[in-house]
Design a protein around this ligand. Structure first.
Ligand SMILES: [Zn+2]
Ligand SMILES: [Zn+2]
Length: 378
């Protein structure tokens, strides 16, 4: 007997194109049915995601096996930097197993038939918090803000390496990528010799096209968040300098973007006084997500940043683009991407992402006071 989910009768599916990178997401909108039936659909989704998060078998290594606890530093190169806090030492380290290296000559020979090659030049540093098992949601805004600020200073430092064109950071929240992701909250700063071709190059291209091609007075993101602030229904939370919202074409349910309200291309140029504010906003959203999804849901926090290289040809074969062009046209943002659905092969073959929770419903849930969020999961 074919499986039929009657709750889906009358759902409208839209193909929504992201203005930022041109990717398409199939967004499901709820059917025109009585509110209690819509509520039942949302509750079932939340309970499905919660149970998957709870059942995850992520290993929590014991402290005695941990790379970072104690003084056993055989697995890491000497610390790049350290910062003393009330709860211990925040370390910036490079693991010896990391395949990328800086400070070596770039060697592109020999080419291999149709493949071009070079040695794996790059940087991958970890900013590691002292506590073995404390989640991001358990940090205070001051400590997490210090981590965000250290990430900015590492990006600025790596940007001085003329071989690196793009430097960013990400957080593997609750170990979605690595088995050991449950241990030690850590921000990973990565610097590479090319502007990433799938995720970043199209964003730059579209940002430049919007600002210079269409001769707009504001960048694409400033224009987008201006519209969002007027509509309000996809806004999650705001502070004096930052906004969090769920984009119309978000790639997955409850994906949240964090953006400075004033135009800013490079994350590393954020005024130091604003990092605790940004951290507080991110923590508020992560805590609300934990109320909805439980404390073990996997997520990534990713920075989409302006490239650090000063000028060059971009995109392929185009006239030279100068740093000031990028600074005018691009606007950095952090994306918190909860990995709630198993990725469909459809993404791999036709590039479509699928979002089964309407963005404005996600934003509505995350705007609720904590005690009301709990009612949705009880
Ligand atoms: Zn540890
Ligand atoms: Zn802007």
């Amino acid at each position: 007997m074919p499986f039929t989910d009657h709750r889906l009768d009358g759902c409208v599916h839209e193909l929504v194109e992201s203005p930022f990178d041109g990717g398409f997401t199939i967004v499901r909108h709820l059917p025109e049915v009585p509110p209690d039936q819509q509520e039942a659909y949302i509750r079932e989704l939340l309970s499905h995601w919660r149970s998957r998060a709870t059942n995850r078998t992520g290993l929590m290594p014991l402290e005695e096996w941990c790379f970072y606890c104690g003084n056993d530093r055989q697995y890491t190169y000497p610390d790049e930097a350290t910062h003393q806090t009330d709860s211990g030492l925040i370390r910036v380290v490079t693991l010896k197993q990391v395949p990328l290296r800086t400070g070596i000559p770039i060697d592109r020979t020999p080419a291999d038939e149709t493949y071009s090659r070079k040695n794996a030049y790059g940087a991958l540093e970890r900013i590691i918090l002292p506590s073995h098992d404390r989640r991001i949601a358990e940090l205070d805004a001051g400590t997490f803000g210090l981590c965000l600020q250290i990430a900015a200073s590492r990006i600025a430092d790596l940007a001085r390496d003329p071989n690196l064109k793009y430097v960013t950071f990400f957080v593997d929240g609750n170990g979605v990528v690595e088995d050991c992701g449950f241990i030690h909250t850590q921000l990973q700063v990565i610097g590479v010799t090319d502007v990433p071709k799938i995720r970043i190059a199209p964003q730059l291209q579209r940002s430049l096209g919007f600002y210079y091609g269409q001769q707009k007075e504001r960048c694409l993101t400033c224009e987008t968040i201006g519209t969002e602030l007027k509509r309000i229904d996809r806004i999650v939370l705001t502070t004096d300098h930052f906004l969090s919202w769920i984009p119309y074409a978000s790639r997955s349910p409850l994906e949240v973007c964090f953006t400075p309200l004033d135009h800013a291309a490079s994350y590393e140029e954020t005024p130091p006084s604003q990092f605790a504010e940004l951290a507080g906003l991110i923590l508020d959203v992560v805590r609300k997500l934990e109320l909805l999804l439980g404390t073990r849901f996997p997520y990534q926090l990713k920075l989409f940043n302006a490239p650090v290289w000063s000028f060059g040809r971009f995109p392929n074969g185009s006239p030279e683009v100068k740093r000031e062009h990028i600074q005018n046209a691009f606007h950095w943002r952090l994306v918190l991407d909860p990995n709630l659905e198993i990725p469909a092969v459809i993404r791999e073959v036709v590039d479509y992402d699928i979002n089964v929770l309407p963005p404005k419903v996600g934003a509505m849930l995350l705007r609720l006071p904590d005690h009301e969020i709990s009612k949705w999961t009880s």
